[in-house]
Design a protein around this ligand. Structure first.
Ligand code: SAM
Ligand code: ZN
Length: 263
């Protein structure tokens, strides 16, 4: 299987094939090169090896005050997550409760939507061997921190700044597709799920985990009142197989899994 980045990236807008262009008419001076869609001609800048697939309309605009807090959060994300996992049985237990469900074989192509700081990679590296790990996130500070972590851990992965609701990948490519955390916050959850299904190989298992209402009530004591949680079981298309929703993390989380049919 060809796992070079160009073989599986696609235009998130029209799903057309992409080519690399070094000189573009795009006004992004920082980019060393660009992807260009052969169908709709859209440019996507590549900076420090990371392609940016998010359009202006996908970038949530925050107030300067909110931006300040988000930047701080991006820096303290890993220790903050460790703390939040404490009532769930601790980070190691909580991550294993989700990651142990993934059906990973050596050489597999894995996609993590919403990779954050990349904290799942050290748990999975031994399983996928020399396979391909692709992670995307829609926040630049998360991607930056993840890139530094991967360097520190000496773990290779392809990173993209992209929206999980409009995946920049070709159909039926990944052996394993999963999301851990913040699925509840997606604006278009059903579309995100359909995208995960589209890029998965037929026969593969898709796994989505996030917090339950019990967790948002607990964290709400610190973070303020949170949106009510709607478990996404009903969003799973009827055509999926083995659909299962389980409560995990000592009641603070759920894991939803289902299998894409072979045809
Ligand atoms: C709770 S963190 C989990 C990170 C990582 N999966 C982990 O297990 O540590 C959720 C991540 O999803 C990202 N995210 C949220 N909405 C997204 C979207 N629509 N597209 C891509 N990433 C998104 C956030 O920026 C954040 O980094
Ligand atoms: Zn296009």
């Amino acid at each position: 299987m060809d796992t070079s980045e160009l073989s599986f990236v696609r235009c998130p807008l029209c799903k057309g094939e992409l080519v690399i262009v070094s000189n573009s008419n795009c006004a992004d001076d920082l980019a060393e090169k660009h992807y260009q869609c052969v169908k709709c001609q859209q440019y996507y800048p590549i900076e420090k090896g990371v392609a940016r697939f998010i359009e202006e309309k996908d970038i949530i605009k925050f107030s300067p005050r909110m931006n300040f807090f988000r930047n701080i959060y991006a820096r303290i994300y890993s220790p903050a997550t460790r703390l939040m996992f404490l009532p769930c049985g601790g980070e190691n237990f909580a991550r294993h409760e989700v990651l142990d469900r993934l059906e990973i074989a050596p050489g597999d192509a894995i996609l993590e939507t919403g990779i954050g700081h990349g904290d799942n990679l050290p748990y999975l590296k031994a399983l996928y061997g020399n396979g391909l790990y692709v992670g995307l996130d829609n926040q630049q500070p998360m991607i930056d921190a993840c890139r530094l972590n991967l360097k520190k851990w000496n773990l290779p992965a392809v990173l993209h700044l992209a929206n999980a609701e409009e995946l920049p990948y070709r159909d039926n490519f990944f052996d394993v597709v999963f999301h851990l955390g913040a699925f509840n916050l997606f604006r278009r959850k059903k579309q995100a799920m359909e995208e995960m299904i589209r890029v998965s190989k037929p026969g593969s298992l898709i796994v989505i985990a996030d917090e339950t209402e019990k967790a948002t009530k607990l964290y709400g004591l610190i973070l303020g009142k949170q949106e009510p949680v709607v478990l996404p079981l009903k969003m799973v298309p009827d055509s999926m197989l083995e659909t299962r929703l389980e409560i995990i993390w000592k009641g603070y989380g759920y894991v939803l899994s289902f299998r894409k049919p072979l045809s």
